[in-house]
Design a protein around this ligand. Sequence first.
Ligand code: GLN
Length: 308
Amino acid sequence: PDPPVDFDFQSILGQIEEDIRPQIGRGQIAAYIPALACVEPGFGMAVADLDGKVYGVGDWQRPFSTQSITKVFALALALAQGGDDLWKRVGREPSGNPFNSLVQLEYENGIPRNPFINAGALVVTDRLQTLTGDASSELLEFVRQESGNPDVAFDPEVATSESDNGDRNAALAYFMASYGNIANSIPALLDHYFWQCSIEMNCADLALATRFLARHGLRADGTRLLPRRLAKQINAVMMTCGTYDAAGEFAYRVGLPGKSGVGGGIVAVVPGVCTVCVWSPGLDAQGNSVAGIAALDRFTTLTGLSVF
Ligand code: GLN
């Protein structure tokens, strides 16, 4: 068991909210998915401790589009249900390229660099589809259970908008299929991927739903999702690949496993202590929340928490 920790998370969050105020509104709201472009600026942050007590500030209860953060849940479910065979089809190296890049696939025989770029996530969702027959519903049910919020739902407008503007993701899927690295029908796979990305959650929901990574693989109800080894390994991949071509900078500034999405959310894990979720939709050039990274940087500075 992990030793108890004694942080006044509520006052730390209050301090962070003050400190990062000048950063809110910086960066660009993702516009390549038109339904995301109309989000109002804001900032929210929540911490969930190991027992599921949640602390929050700002817009911590305001739902936003989780986008690539769902790649963590897809990976965890695919590994939990299908085991390490997945790693024959997707790597574990940082890509150093944008999240939607195609360029490495041709040199690397259709094997994406890691599960947290779009190409890798498509392979993971393909695996989950084979394992469950309904990847996006499986994922939605999982995050509802872990967050304890039965109202967590897909946003059909975002899913449709992604599908209408999904040529890049379709290209990734068809290209990988040409190497035999996609098993399911590609239109169906793309639908599951877009629905998965469209799930709306708030900071509290996401901090709670990622808690199995801080609890060494234990779910909210105390049952085991993953062996300890796999929880640790997913955290390692989040650390090295969770923020795309900014993962080195994220490790340098924040020092925790983290996963971002173009909806402006970022989750971070302090194994054995807590999870953190921050949201602010202004993104930097790599597609990571500007105020979100600043807030996590302050969080680890103020608490001294870090995996290093
Ligand atoms: N749905 C987005 C896409 O596939 C997810 C990307 C992201 O959050 N980085 O392009």
